[in-house]
Design a protein around this ligand. Structure first.
Ligand code: SF4
Ligand code: MG
Length: 337
């Protein structure tokens, strides 16, 4: 599998207005030196607690906010550089679906016009754009005869999210970034929209970056999973490997807290107790060391890395426990919760 999107050393710190920390201008380390690839045709899930940088990452990839450092390569072309792919071209190739289905639709436009809007802005004649919009409504399961002239307030949450998906597809993109796209929906509607997304992915040869705090949903839809903690990637790998044998203590804690069938067995306190660290002044070394049950001296001194990743499909973890010679006493498998 070839990378569709290559992300290299991406960084974004948000300065805090008037904020000083340790006599320096304070900033939130939202995304810090993040590198990964989204492979053609896959769904890459992105998980982590709220505030870990998932949404900032999505906005950086979409170029909705400027990156401080790093490079984006879309299908072999540098993004935003001279001679590379322009932001306008990128918009056609990459689209985003957000959580809040209402606020992203214009309340004064019939939904067909909302879907047709993108292509029209990009120069498609209005008749053609309207026809495209009808076909897309059909594709997302909303009969155009019934729905084309309805307004957003006449639709349910699930229907509005279908319209948003249709809208995102209107420019015929290759990559969809879905940021908590099903999180606001009821469970039964959520399942329908997930199945729609799977269907569309196969039939339109799409690639997804699927961001969610819900590990069940991510397991259902993803081929690979990327785990973020305080602006960094701590683990990445095939979904089955991550869910059956998580290597990073943070991933283990996340899975233990969400996936146990028996609520009494869900570890909601133990591994993730303690104050969540401040992203303005993240812990030294491994950022998880203040909450990690296996932390040793080396963990606060040296920053663990994912290592060289020649094979993007490889299961990689940034933890000293898994690096022989790191100084961590337990360099074999840690216990699984
Ligand atoms: Fe825990 Fe150390 Fe691994 Fe960080 S590097 S997750 S503190 S064992
Ligand atoms: Mg978010």
């Amino acid at each position: 599998l070839q990378p569709l999107l290559l992300v290299e050393n991406l960084r974004k710190h948000f300065p805090i207005k008037g904020g000083i920390f340790n006599r320096r201008v304070a900033s939130v380390k939202a995304v810090d030196d993040v590198s990964f690839e989204v492979l053609k045709g896959e769904t890459l899930g992105v998980v982590g607690e709220s505030g870990c940088g998932k949404s900032t990452l999505a906005r950086l990839l979409m170029n909705l906010i400027d990156r401080d450092e790093g490079a984006l390569v879309f299908d072999g072309d540098q993004v935003g550089d001279q001679g590379g792919i322009s932001l306008r071209q990128l918009r056609r190739n990459m689209q985003m679906v957000f959580q809040d289905s209402s606020s992203s639709l214009n309340p004064r436009l019939p939904i067909m016009d909302s879907v047709a809007y993108g292509p029209q802005v990009h120069g498609t004649p209005s008749k053609v754009a309207q026809q495209t919009a009808r076909e897309l409504l059909e594709k997302v399961g909303l009969s155009p005869d019934l729905f084309a002239s309805r307004y957003p307030h006449e639709l349910s949450g699930g229907q509005k999210q279908r319209v948003n998906i249709a809208r995102a597809l209107a420019l015929d993109p290759r990559l969809l970034i879905l940021d908590e796209a099903v999180s606001a929906l009821d469970k039964s509607v959520e399942a329908q929209v997930l199945n729609l997304l799977r269907y569309l992915k196969t039939h339109l040869s799409l690639t997804y970056l699927f961001i969610s705090h819900d590990l069940h949903v991510v397991q259902y839809i993803s081929d690979r999973v990327l785990v973020m903690y305080l602006g960094e990637i701590v683990e990445i790998g095939p979904v089955d490997d991550i869910y059956s044998t998580p290597k990073h203590p943070y991933t283990q804690a996340l899975l233990a807290s969400q996936l146990s069938m028996d609520p009494a067995e869900r570890v909601t306190e133990a591994p993730l107790s303690g104050d969540p660290p401040n992203p303005v002044d993240p812990p030294s070394g491994c950022r998880f060391h203040t909450r990690c049950p296996f932390a040793e001296t080396v963990c606060s001194q040296n920053t663990p890395s994912l290592g060289k990743r020649n094979d993007p499909q490889r299961h990689s973890v940034a933890c000293h426990m898994h690096e022989p010679g790191s100084g961590h006493s337990r360099t074999q498998s840690p216990p699984v919760y």
